[in-house]
Design a binder for this molecule. Structure first.
Ligand code: AMP
Length: 280
């Protein structure tokens, strides 16, 4: 695996690589089995696999965990070599944004980005779409792989690619979970042993709602209220819990058949998200 820190060095290696197809996996590092499942999908489908690790300051709010976000480059490098990654791109913020990040151009998907995580984290998705666009332009992949664990992010990127006719196919990969059901996340590392025992309840709650929906329950309001209560009783503070149309992310109606249950909750100061798609 070759490692590049500048756009120029990566692009010169890309133009010299005799590859028919290129698969790309953007990440923020601290890689776990969820990230690596994206890499292995890319590996199975392309001649050349490029992974980026960049903790993107543009997508963190002022009071969020940019400084404490886990950075584990040695372990990540070893895991990517084992997963068959060809090129690892490790840009600095200055390499991507120059010396005045705030003055840099933004890419914004208006409606999809304003609810749920977008409401709780203003500007977050603009940071994501901006960096993903820039990385696409640098790497010029045929396909890019994203986790369905971040379902709103995946929906926004898919729409951005469609709206802007970006020449890349976007793949959503199923969420990797612990045996308890807890979705793998770099932020799980913030949890204490006691919190780790409680955290799986987030998935159990949305799974319970999903089972009820699949069984024909259409009382969305009651399901959400009961779900929020269940989270609170266990010590999880719900940020949002919603049943939405899985294509538009608008609040679900009784006519919708493809639904997604979206959830975010705080456990202490750690914010966990999860979702479950259900067809009824
Ligand atoms: P991150 O490093 O958190 O920005 O994640 C990089 C990519 O990995 C994103 O597309 C995430 O959606 C995806 N990802 C994160 N956690 C998981 C998981 N548990 N299962 C599958 N994909 C994931």
């Amino acid at each position: 695996m070759q490692i590049f820190e500048t756009i120029e060095s990566l692009q010169s290696a890309l133009s010299g690589a005799a590859a028919n197809t290129l698969g790309f996996v953007p990440t923020m590092g601290n890689l776990h089995a969820g990230h690596l499942s994206l890499v292995s999908r890319a590996r199975g489908e392309h001649d050349l696999v490029v992974v980026s690790i960049f903790v993107n300051p543009l997508q963190f709010g002022a009071n969020e965990d940019l400084d404490s976000y886990p950075r584990t480059l040695d372990a990540d490098t070893a895991a990517l070599i084992a997963a068959g990654c060809d090129f690892l791109f490790l840009p600095s913020a200055a390499e991507l944004y120059g010396d005045d990040m705030q003055a840099s151009t933004r890419v914004q998907v208006p409606e999809l980005g304003t609810h749920y995580c977008g409401a709780s984290r203003p500007g977050h998705f603009d940071g994501v779409t901006t960096v993903v666009t820039k990385l696409f332009n640098i790497v010029q992949p045929d396909a890019a792989y994203f986790g369905l664990k971040d379902y709103q992010q995946f929906s926004i990127i898919r729409k951005m690619v469609d709206d802007l006719a970006l020449p890349v196919s976007v793949h959503g990969i199923e969420t990797a979970r612990e045996a308890s059901g807890l979705a793998l996340s770099s932020r799980n590392g913030y949890l204490s042993a006691e919190q780790k025992a409680v955290a799986p309840l987030l998935y159990q709650t949305i799974k319970g709602i999903g089972d009820a929906l699949a069984a024909g329950d259409q009382d969305f309001k009651r399901l959400i209220q009961a779900g929020k209560q269940q989270l609170q009783d266990a010590g999880l503070q719900p940020d949002y819990l919603a049943i939405a149309n899985s294509a538009t992310l608008r609040p679900a109606t009784r006519e919708d058949s493809h639904l997604v249950i979206l959830a975010a909750a705080f456990l202490g100061s750690t914010r966990l998200i999860d979702n479950l798609r259900v067809s009824v």
